[in-house]
Design a binder for this molecule. Structure first.
Ligand code: ATP
Ligand code: TPS
Ligand code: MG
Ligand code: MG
Ligand code: MG
Length: 331
């Protein structure tokens, strides 16, 4: 298939463009009409074969879903709503035709779910591995984004979902698993392949009008907590026993002799949100969240002190290293 027929086939089935798209894919660049009274959120993230996925860990449609999900998650962490995306593909000879259509099917699926329109991209040859980059635009109420720098001493630290399942799923998928094992842990495989970004949670948090610090968990809870600590110039104290970990993650970790808490702290790719909010507003916030069908788990508090993260495990408080996923020291 030629480059141009490939692009045409990838751009099919997107439905009609929403009104903010003045010029859609097909010209030299897309042209967007910004909504009145909205600021633009703008982000990009890349996934690279062998670094973010292998043939054994992800199907083509999962790769499309997850690369878009990682971007939507960053918009969610700002409290925004995603709108339009550009998709860049660097394609090796081993990845043509049907597989790329599969990748786009996964992208279309998550785009439909979150109201995202693909308005263009780029397609080039890659010497060896598949590289997928998404650039995503979203919108947010001006001056109301949920910033990493919003943490203050006395705040409660919370997360919006369970942690460690994606890492458990990766561990399972990398072990050349028997199909029976895969059937016993469907939630772990799903968490790794099809993470659901917390747009609803981010929008809800912004809508409370409170001062809320926020980050999404891509590199692991410890790393993201460090990001908030440094941006806010505070110390975060996290309580190991309060970190929400699913029973499936715990069961699998026990079966393979690993520590689920370590997965929760440093595994990454959970794509839920971690945030802080004042202790005074916490009880009301948690109650209202529950009424809205959103789960907020308190996992610690914020103190004055040198920027960093402590964790309490088995009653002992220690400094927690960043040890999340680092592209230049992991792998
Ligand atoms: N090559 C780069 N050039 C310019 N800015 C960058 C570059 N890489 C990262 N940044 C910026 O640095 C900040 C932190 O980036 P980082 O990618 O760590 O955050 P993230 O996207 O939330 O995390 P992750 O990529 O692990 O999902 C962001 O504001 C990002 O835009
Ligand atoms: C085959 C394979 N090996 C390792 C991993 C784990 N992994 C890769 S990148 C990353 C952090 C988030 O990426 P980024 O910082 O680029 O957003 C993590 C946890 C994986 N998913 N697949
Ligand atoms: Mg990034
Ligand atoms: Mg982020
Ligand atoms: Mg990262």
């Amino acid at each position: 298939m030629s480059e141009f027929s490939l692009i045409r086939s990838l751009l099919k089935n997107r439905g009609s463009a929403p009104p903010e798209v003045e010029v859609d894919a097909g010209d030299d660049a897309a042209v967007l009409k910004p909504a009145r009274d909205r600021s633009t959120v703008f982000t990009c993230d890349t996934m690279v074969e062998t670094v973010h996925f292998r043939t054994g860990t992800m199907e083509p449609d999962d790769i499309g879903w997850k690369c878009m999900a990682a971007n939507i998650s960053d918009v969610a962490a700002m409290g925004g709503t995603p709108s339009c995306a550009l998709v860049s593909l660097a394609v090796p000879e081993t990845w043509r035709g049907e597989e790329l259509k599969g990748l786009y099917a996964g992208m279309r699926e998550i785009c439909r779910r979150f109201g995202v329109r693909i308005v263009g991209g780029d397609t080039v040859r890659s010497p060896e591995h598949l590289v997928v980059t998404v650039a995503l635009i979203g919108e947010v109420e001006p001056d109301r984004s949920l910033l990493r720098s919003h943490g203050r001493p006395g705040d409660v630290v919370f997360v919006t979902g369970e942690l460690g399942a994606s890492k458990a799923g990766l561990h399972l998928l990398m072990s050349d698993p028997h199909p029976e094992l895969l059937r016993r842990y469907p939630g772990l495989v799903e968490a790794h392949r099809r993470p659901v970004p917390g747009v609803e949670a981010g929008r809800w948090l912004l809508g409370t009008g409170q001062r809320i610090a926020c980050d999404d968990v891509s590199d692991g809870l410890a790393q993201e907590a460090w990001e908030i600590a440094e941006a806010s110039r505070v110390r975060l104290v996290l309580e190991g026993e309060r970190i929400p970990i699913s029973s499936e993650t715990r069961r699998y970790a026990e079966e393979v002799g690993e520590d689920p808490l370590e997965w929760a702290f440093s595994g990454g790719e959970d794509f839920c949100l971690v945030g802080t909010v004042s202790r005074e507003h916490w009880p009301g916030l948690m109650r209202e969240a529950e009424d809205s069908g959103l789960r907020l788990f308190p996992i610690g508090w914020v103190e004055e002190g040198s920027p960093g993260v402590d964790w309490i495990v088995d009653g002992n408080r220690k400094e927690r290293t960043r040890r999340g996923y680092d592209h230049f020291t992991d792998g």
